[in-house]
Design a protein around this ligand. Sequence first.
Ligand SMILES: NC(=O)c1ccc[n+]([C@@H]2O[C@H](COP(=O)([O-])OP(=O)(O)OC[C@H]3O[C@@H](n4cnc5c(N)ncnc54)[C@H](O)[C@@H]3O)[C@@H](O)[C@H]2O)c1
Length: 383
Amino acid sequence: MTKKPFRVGMIGYGFMGRAHTNAYKQVGQFFPSDFQVILKAACARDAAKAQVFADQWGYESIETDWRKLIARPDIDAVDICVPNNLHAEMAIVAAAAGKMILCEKPLAMNAAEGRTMVAAVEAAKVANMVWYNYRRIPAVSLAKKLIDEGRLGKVFHYRAKFLQDWTINAELPQGGQGLWRLDAAAAGAGVSGDLLAHCIDTALWFNGSLSSVCAMTEVFVKERQHALTGKMEQITIDDACTFFGKFANGSLANFESTRYARGHKAQYTLEINGENMSIAWDLHDLHRLQIFDYKDESKIRGWKSIHVTDNSPDHPYMANWWVPGLAIGYDSSFTHQVADFLQGLSTGKPASPTFRDALETQLVLDAVLESAKTHQWKDVAKA
Ligand SMILES: NC(=O)c1ccc[n+]([C@@H]2O[C@H](COP(=O)([O-])OP(=O)(O)OC[C@H]3O[C@@H](n4cnc5c(N)ncnc54)[C@H](O)[C@@H]3O)[C@@H](O)[C@H]2O)c1
């Protein structure tokens, strides 16, 4: 069967540029589809660096102007892997050009900007998706399956944490590659948009809408030298953010994120407690799902650890990988996301989260930051 070409134009060659490219290279072998992924062009402002990336990862050509990349007739899908302040403009131009769009998270700098992006892709009727990749870690996907099967009964609590420690050093500058995360002009928000966005996306997917939130944020290092200007500049993003909330189903939310938790590099943990079952997951042990099932016989009742590596259809995605018992990693979540996106093109059932789905996370983030600013509970606006 002749496959349809899926010609990728990649914008950005940093952490996510590499993670996504790795996924495009793997997907055809592990998750065959109606499409042949072609790494058509990589775009970055510096031609020499773009060329090094293209040569190393197998892109056919380069561009230094993202508008030229989007305008190329030989590009079907634009992948946006650049700092958050560039997502909206690139996505809106790509939608107007009729391109499919795979955009990194958070969707936008804020919900108002997110709404313009949703309007643009829906008006242009182009396929779109946001890279909330943690949904596609098999253990997390399995948790979703158990929740959708109704095994938890009434849900009481949802808690999530995303902890890092890389900004404790006050000498660390802000701005530029990687460090744009500390610069409000490029990132929009701090740990809320960067890390809690993932936790919120998974929570909404598992447990439905959040209706109200009460948050506090802190900036522990008030000024940092800007890598681009050389000047000491104020830090206005949130270094740490904690919030409570209430889900529409009546359950209570408890979220925390910081880059000041010494010893933690990327510890995303989540737990959901229902009347019949509790489920917990930890990114540092990503192939395991912890389950407590109250229906188990009392003498053997207790937390059990499911090694989500069976190659039966019961363990999402695993049938396409190795033999039972062998773990896959963080990188595979991106491969699964591309696989689902391509399958969505074939079936006409779009892979989630679409821009519209991701707007919900953005609305929660807006309410969280507004609550922290005003020291008041805030209702989450409707999408
Ligand atoms: N899904 C995830 O788990 C995850 C993880 C990390 C980052 N992200 C998101 O991915 C995006 C990129 O983050 P990153 O860690 O890859 O950042 P990075 O700093 O490693 O890379 C950013 C890239 O953008 C390029 N860039 C900046 N301005 C550009 C322009 N005008 N034109 C073309 N290229 C430009 C830079 O040269 C660099 O290659 C962010 O939105 C971030 O929030 C998501």
